[in-house]
Design a protein. Structure first.
Length: 274
């Protein structure tokens, strides 16, 4: 009976926390479906008459298609580069379990403890010197390099759960190191890769400071910069701002709902021997 009471209390607390955290999302979606008059009269009440006129107006006025294309492009490039590089680096560290591998792993993990803002000015000066400001290449390179330490930490921990017998058997059968990684190891990394993809998607899609520094051209702005500029211009037009926020949230929600089953599994597995 005591165990059941504790279980009920934990479940009730989890549901209460979920409801509290979901309320802002519900409030934004609910407000985006109201007419301007209804939103002004009762901003916190349930919508009485659903309308999509603000969505149509936002899509027509804001540069939403261009900004979405830019965000999708940089997010896909950074995720692909980060996953490939971090998984290969982790595999190399896992194979070379001697002093050199441990030193490299320690250096990478130590960089996680350095606040990213401390390197903002040196990185911007370096990018400016190399002519990488206001370019996709500069933003993608800098953002990818910033993601590698944490991803290497996740992948290295997860690789500790992969039996070495599998790798040894593949090596005996004549697999080279690259074949071993591509055909055997990387498919086994599916749970932690899904976890990395969702974490990267959330971080890159919602990144504000990076695009503000390295993608200043209006034709290269991401959705977050578009929202920032839109809010600055239409400061009091909340009827247009709420639909824009909902449209920007949709990719994150889709990515999370599609991959949520892998998130806890990937992190928990990587923490066993990490």
């Amino acid at each position: 009976m005591k165990y059941s009471y504790r279980t009920f209390s934990l479940e009730a607390g989890a549901w209460l926390f979920a409801l509290i955290m979901s309320y802002p999302v519900f409030l934004v979606i609910n407000s985006s479906l109201k007419s301007f008059q209804e939103l002004s009269a009762s901003p916190f009440s349930l919508v009485k008459s659903i309308t999509f006129e603000h969505y149509a107006r936002v899509i027509g006025e804001a540069k939403i298609v261009l900004s979405f294309s830019n965000s999708i492009f940089v997010t896909a490039v950074i995720i692909a580069a980060s996953i490939v590089l971090s998984s290969m680096m982790s595999f190399a560290i896992h194979l070379n379990n001697g002093r050199l591998g441990k030193i490299v792993f320690f250096i990478l993990i130590s960089s996680i403890m350095i606040p990213g803002l401390l390197g903002m000015i040196p990185l911007y000066k370096l990018a400016s010197t190399l002519g990488l400001t206001n370019t996709y290449v500069g933003y993608c390179l800098i953002t990818t390099s910033g993601q590698l330490p944490f991803l290497v930490f996740l992948y290295t921990g997860f690789l500790g759960t992969v039996g070495k017998e599998i790798m040894e058997s593949a090596s005996i059968d004549g697999c080279s190191v690259y074949q071993l990684f591509v055909r055997i190891v990387f498919p086994l990394l599916k749970p932690i890769t899904a976890t990395a993809v969702i974490l990267l998607t959330l971080g890159i899609w919602n990144d504000f400071l990076g695009p503000l520094l390295y993608l200043q051209d209006a034709s290269k702005q991401t959705v977050i910069l578009m929202l920032y500029n839109y809010v600055s211009f239409y400061t009091k037009d909340w009827a247009s701002i709420f639909p824009l926020i909902v449209l920007i949230m949709l990719p994150n929600l889709i990515a999370y709902l599609s991959l949520q089953s892998y998130i806890i599994k990937g992190i928990a597995s990587g923490a066993i021997k990490g």
